[in-house]
Design a protein around this ligand. Structure first.
Ligand SMILES: Cc1cc2nc3c(=O)[nH]c(=O)nc-3n(C[C@H](O)[C@H](O)[C@H](O)COP(=O)(O)O)c2cc1C
Length: 363
């Protein structure tokens, strides 16, 4: 009933709040004898952590992950081997500033989850948004690090493809560029445009939405399941569970509505190695809920950060009408840090489907 867990065989539970002492993830169902390293998991957390440029929140969290269980020491210092028992990982919160949030103790930030948490539970942790804060996503990113080790043949990469009205030029897509700019942009040409645009947004105390694309290569044909366990269904649910996500599309997504059948059909041929190849990938690597062997392509849109300096009309828990503006430190565009989070969700869902596929058909 409490819905802090996802996955069937690769089962992730996250716990913790924005301003509590720590948060973390428990991964249950990870196969035994898988090699993990502290630095391997930390690498993914470092990509998500705040304060790495002027375009993300200035909250200073080192996001140092500690593996507490489910492993025995491996051959090198900082290396581990999974035992098949629950892997618990903890990340301490060290830079909370709860006083920034005292003004919204009873007032509801428009666009945030303050009102709905109160409506549901009759109580909420107002400090930094409590459980509704995207601090929680650090735990998913740690779980994603374990998931990647379960499916080492799969390469999962994400990129930011749109901020506000400014889209990348897809003809300039270069995966090598993604980690060389503060936006995870695959198009170096858009970076100065985004810098100017976001500087304006940030200085105005405002915020803006974005679109993220995540691609998994190396997924063989056959993962996923029909009808109620579709791979695309689980991916969509996983991405939609990320804070601020308002839309998810697979492959051509909404653009498929404008295509004719002959344009949308991904024609097939036999490749040089005798295996099937698709001449296009409008399906985003999934047909009938089952992977085709083509790259799995998912995009999701995040809304603008709701905590902004500009006062917005709202109400408070006492039933009064108030104006709310949020102090504290915020991402002017949460889409930037959503890139590694989207990658982690795709990793967890693919690891789960790999184990489910192996469970049903072997191999
Ligand atoms: C990486 C990341 C950072 C976020 N940081 C903030 C923030 O600083 N302030 C804020 O109002 N919302 C932030 N959000 C979004 C809220 O967590 C989210 O809007 C809120 O929980 C309500 O949930 P919903 O938008 O999914 O409906 C962030 C989201 C992500 C993905």
């Amino acid at each position: 009933m409490s819905h802090n867990t996802f996955g069937h065989l690769f089962r992730v539970t996250t716990w913790g709040e924005s301003h509590g002492p720590a948060l973390g993830a428990v991964v249950d169902g990870c196969p035994p004898r898988i090699a993990l390293t502290d630095s391997g998991i930390q690498h993914w957390l470092d990509r998500r952590k705040p304060g790495q440029s002027r375009f993300t929140t200035q909250r200073r969290e080192p996001d140092q992950v500690k593996i507490l269980s489910g492993v025995v020491p491996g051959p090198e210092p900082g290396s581990w081997t999974t035992t098949g028992t629950p892997i618990s990982m903890m990340i301490e919160n060290v830079d909370q500033r709860s006083k920034d949030y005292s003004e919204i103790r009873t007032s509801y930030r428009p666009g945030h989850a303050d009102f709905t948490y109160d409506a549901k539970y009759g109580i909420r942790d107002h400090r930094g948004g409590g459980r509704s804060s995207a601090r929680e996503t650090a735990a998913r990113v740690a779980a994603g690090g374990v998931a990647r080790a379960v499916i080492p043949g799969v390469t999962i990469r994400g990129a930011l493809v749109q901020i506000g009205p400014h889209r990348i030029d897809r003809s300039r897509w270069d995966w090598n560029a993604v980690d060389d700019n503060p936006f995870f942009s695959p198009d170096p040409g858009i970076v100065p445009v985004w810098e100017d645009y976001l500087d304006g947004i940030r200085k105005a105390g405002s915020s803006i939405g974005a679109v993220i694309e995540v691609v998994a290569e190396g997924v063989p044909a056959g993962w996923g399941a029909p009808v109620y366990g579709k791979l695309d269904q689980d991916i969509a649910g996983g991405m939609m569970s990320i804070n601020a996500v308002k839309a998810v599309e697979i492959g051509a997504g909404f653009a498929a509505a404008e295509l004719r059948g002959e344009e949308n059909a991904d024609e097939m041929r036999i490749g040089p190695d005798g295996r099937p190849v698709f001449l296009s990938n409008h399906a985003g690597g999934i047909l009938g809920g089952i992977s085709t062997g083509a790259p799995v392509v998912v995009r999701f849109a995040v809304k603008p950060t709701s905590s902004i300096l500009t006062p917005r009309r709202s109400i408070n828990a006492e039933g009064e009408e108030v104006d709310v503006s949020t102090k504290g430190r915020h991402d002017p565009c949460v889409g930037i840090r959503a890139v590694p989070i989207g990658e982690a969700m795709l990793a967890c869902i693919l690891a789960d489907h790999y184990l489910r596929h192996r469970g049903q058909v072997g191999g």
